[in-house]
Ligand binder design. Sequence first.
Ligand code: FES
Length: 493
Amino acid sequence: MESFWEKDRKNYQKFEPIKNNINTSICIIGGGLTGLSTAYYLSKETDVVIVEKDRICSGTSSKTTGKVTSQHGIFYNYLVESKGKEFAKKYLEANERAIANIEKIIKENQIECDYEKEDSYVFTCQETMVDQIKSEQACIEKISDGKSEFVKQIDLPIETKGAIKFKNQAQINPLKYAYGLADAIIKKNGKIFENSRVTDIKKKNNKYVVFANDSKIVADYVVIATRYPIINIPGYYFLKMYQSTSYAILADVKKDLFDGCYINLETPNLSFRTVKDGDKKLLLAVGFDYKTGTDEVRNGYQRLETVVRKMYPDAETLYKWSAEDCISLDKIPYMGEMSLIRKNMYIATGFNKWGVTSSNVAANIIADGILGKENEYKEIFKATRLEPMKNREEVVNMLNEVNKSLIAGRFKIPKNELDDVKIGEGKIVKIDNHKIGVYKSETGEIYKINPYCTHLGCELSFNNIDKVWECPCHGSKFTYDGKSIEVPSNKNL
Ligand code: FES
């Protein structure tokens, strides 16, 4: 579903698909905020090409909350305990610097992206969680210079027991920001190609050859900025991450709204911010996330509406959408060189739902790496770190799913037939002794797909709310008629 941010896309510049072979210094795969930000820095120094399979800023970047913040929920206690005080301090610093960088880019390029400075809060409504909030705040004070404050009252119309306030954070319209970046890249002679799907990357004579549509891009460096890496080996990122889908609604609450942006401490996570729409201020609520491909939460829009109506009884939902994010095992993004055995290939992934700020951190680390400059945060986000390699849960989950596809798929075919599929629903059924994914549209058309993921073969499940096929292994998504829409899969069913 289209997000609110995308509503004015028709007014923005379109970029042609790639049609000819090209030589360049750097080829960036993926035109989301990370790809664009990386190209923004690099295009000042050298020639850059971006190839995007859809329109720019059309994946997670177009579905994000647009929060620009170093407050990543309750996180710093965890970082100090697992990685140490210096590490946590640097993580905070890197994100604070990214906030300043984004503001600088917006000012220098006069990007009209509804940039607003806001304070950010993580809050709890439970007395039993106040100690956790206080302890996190005390931890932040040890690694920063007065960054945070414990407050009892916040501006949201709900009864809270305590919150941590981060001053001088921000919020933007991500699509407007993305097109501002694109404009700056083009002015520096960078090239952007839309509707250009990358199908392969090969190494030849110390150069990379990137195959997109029917063309080849020969580059010294490749940056994979596709949210989830589109290549499996080397790197093995599919063993180190899973994907999570969150629901979002934008509502006209018919009342004055609050200042600040918010996220709660409880599960499910709920996030709130205001959004400018002309003279109006609307409410963006996001939450009820679930591991993609599982049945954990299936009525997220409805639940979000219930939450919003408790605060604002007259609220009217104007937009609904869902967003997918990569979650790394140790909750720290991967940024930098992709693998020790694949030189000059860079990656940024595993942003754990903090994509806008992380896009700038990643862009700087990657651009500095390529340009041979020192970056003081590169070790914090080092993509080749070995520690979270043993994601046993993910491995077992994937093997189970593949096993289900290969063994159970052949011998234990479900008994349901085509007639069991209800209108507006998708299901895997048995037809002529084979498993087939079937979706029956509201108007009765029947769409049949091969129900095995084109990434590594796991059996898909149907999300009846968003009408998409989802993979429980690494979170690829496909339209009801089988088109690949979310990576890591890059091929239709
Ligand atoms: Fe990896 Fe489907 S996303 S097998």
